[in-house]
Design a protein around this ligand. Sequence first.
Ligand SMILES: Nc1ncnc2c1ncn2[C@@H]1O[C@H](COP(=O)(O)OP(=O)(O)OP(=O)(O)O)[C@@H](O)[C@H]1O
Ligand SMILES: [Zn+2]
Length: 441
Amino acid sequence: MKIYNSLTRNKSLLQQKAVTIYSCGPTVYNYIHIGNARPAILMDVLVRFLKSKNITVDYLQNITDIDDKIIAKAIEENKTEKEISKFYTKAYLDDLKSLNIFMPNKLEPISKHIDKMIIFINDLIEQGYAYNVDGDVYFAINKWKPEYGELSGRKPEELISGERVEIDLKKKNPLDFSLWKKTNVGKTWNSPFGEGRPGWHTECALLIEDYFNGKTIDIHSGGIDLKFPHHENERIQYLAHNQKELSCIWMHNGHLNLNDQKMSKSIGNVFLVKDFIKEYNANILRWIFLSTNYKQPLNLTDDLIEQAKKFFDKLENLRKKVILSKTIFERIEKSNIKNYVKDFEQAMDNDLNTSLVLSIIEELIKHINQLVNQKVHFDCIFTLFGQLKHILETLGFTDLLNVEIKEADEIKLKKWNQLILDKKFEQADVLRAKLEKKGLM
Ligand SMILES: Nc1ncnc2c1ncn2[C@@H]1O[C@H](COP(=O)(O)OP(=O)(O)OP(=O)(O)O)[C@@H](O)[C@H]1O
Ligand SMILES: [Zn+2]
């Protein structure tokens, strides 16, 4: 398949039989909002699709359980940092589960890796790529002039003016970034550089190096806001430490917006995942994300939620029709029938073209409805219905299209059909009402 690569600004080919993936995880000081769910659902869809093609996936994600925001929250709530991070890590896992997201193969809390991060930072100093100023350690980007900025597609000079980088007299270059922060506030560690904490950008670089044995991974993903400086800084450290690229492909998802403004904890315009699940459900959120190209911004509107609901109403109606046709229509030989799964795979192979996939699904639903209305071809219906189920499951939708019913209910459906054929409409209506209550009609 082809995936758009932010590093090359082109689509890259992904054709391995085993794929390694890393995705930047949450800082656990709060519940996640549905904007944070966008990268998680995107990766889930990709992983499910790869697995459906018998490709092995090794997927790593970090949990940032050491951070200034966690310290602030602990002070605010009069709790320990550990209590805060433990509580919100569990909340994050619960949210992933309720969104029907496959767990990564490994979810690593960064607090378990501080010793290795200290060694990593010390190595960079010894390699001459980092420097210690009075207990604060910075990465020196001067030695990586052509490479630094390649991911965000901008030259260092443009980055300085464009990103309003803070001028800090301790740094040799305004773009040099912190690897070790000297501090005695909150949880700290001793190191050859003094007391303090490692920086966020080193977390991901170290974890990837450690888990994937210093290899270049296939895909690194995250929201577009992480491209600079976070991913740029991850990449350059890895390049310096290992003399090789961190990842072949860098995938970035666009933002989920509310009234055209990024959904963000700092702005406060958030819709928490747990609240969304209570009010709607996981399938609706997934459909909303699939409706737009993952690289594009997506504005959440009531209209979009309505469209999603309509889609699932359509599926529910189809499910009932298929139960009926399965029970009462005669079976005929399988005839040549279109393979929608092939179209689905082609669209997915082209950089996860999920909006095209949704229109293929609509076409498939229409096709099944037509056959149901013709009241005969159950084998064709069954084949197409199987294709539809496969596609929806591969996309990670859940609890849909169950057409397995009890024998007693099957007898009732047949009886209803016979009453109709016998023109005993009043009796048929009474039975129909009962079947409707059971969700069978
Ligand atoms: N509105 C959004 N739409 C899409 N992705 C988002 C959005 N907000 C955050 N993300 C992504 O969610 C992931 C987790 O990010 P993180 O925990 O840093 O959230 P955050 O940036 O702190 O959230 P906030 O901006 O609300 O403070 C990252 O990949 C980030 O890019
Ligand atoms: Zn990261």
